[in-house]
Design a binder for this molecule. Structure first.
Ligand code: IYR
Length: 227
């Protein structure tokens, strides 16, 4: 018996699949996900904005603490804004690569051929800048702030769903974390309850796109079963 609840409840629409069908779908989901790669070399060709809007809508279906949906997705295609973001990101990354990152960290990044230069921030036709909302402005609350819950987890899940939706839609992306990234709040005029979380360039790969030769951990290495 479900306990009485104060919220209004509606029926869940759910179709139970046969186990064969489930395995087939799980296999094809895995196969699709295995072809996703982060890309650093973008073709400047524009992408359909409506596709990006739908992918952001898909991200917005993510579960979140107390259903606060504590995220804002800024969709940037304006070349001047992209340039500002690139210039500010490269300034921070220069400091990172020339002193702020440890030798070990730089060593770990060698396979990815990264440095402080971020041409993809201008080459990619769209930048999606994800902000997390630490709190929600509220006139009725003390300090005018209403708390959000599990914000990092919620926004992380939404970003994962966004990246999957992009991949399903035939686009490539990069999860980029310039650090620190407060400059994004300034450039995009975000309110004080928002903090930049992730910067995701999106587009098509260049035709001769290369990617790091890396392997994913096998299932046995990432899973422990308890039955
Ligand atoms: N934020 C830097 C450095 C960097 C860090 C990690 I961890 C990466 O996986 C990749 C890069 C940059 O964007 O270059």
């Amino acid at each position: 018996m479900m306990s009485k609840s104060e919220s209004s409840q509606v029926p869940l629409e759910f179709i139970r699949l046969s186990e064969d069908e489930m395995l087939e779908r799980a296999n094809s989901a895995l196969e699709r996900m295995q072809t996703r790669r982060s890309v650093r070399h973008f073709d400047p060709a524009p992408v359909p904005l409506e596709v990006l809007r739908r992918c952001i809508a898909a991200a917005g279906t993510a579960p979140s603490g107390a259903h606060k949906q504590p995220w804002t997705f800024c969709l940037v295609t304006n070349p001047e804004v992209k340039r500002c973001i690139r210039v500010a990101a490269e300034k921070e990354e220069y400091e990172n690569y020339h002193g702020r990152m440890s030798e070990r960290w730089l060593e770990d990044l060698k396979a990815f051929d990264t440095n402080h230069l971020k041409p993809h921030l201008e080459d990619a036709p769209a930048l999606i800048v994800v902000f997390r909302q630490a709190w929600t402005p509220s006139e009725g609350e003390a300090g005018g702030k209403r708390q959000n819950y599990y914000v990092q987890e919620s926004v992380g899940i939404a970003c994962g769903m966004f990246i999957s939706a992009l991949h399903e839609s035939g686009l490539v992306s990069l999860t980029h974390t310039p650090s620190p990234m407060d400059f994004l709040s300034e450039i995009l005029h975000r309110p004080s309850n928002e903090r930049a979380y992730l910067l995701i360039p999106v587009g098509y790969p260049v035709s001769d796109c290369s990617i790091p030769d890396i392997n994913r951990k096998p299932l046995e290495e990432i899973m422990v079963e308890f039955h």
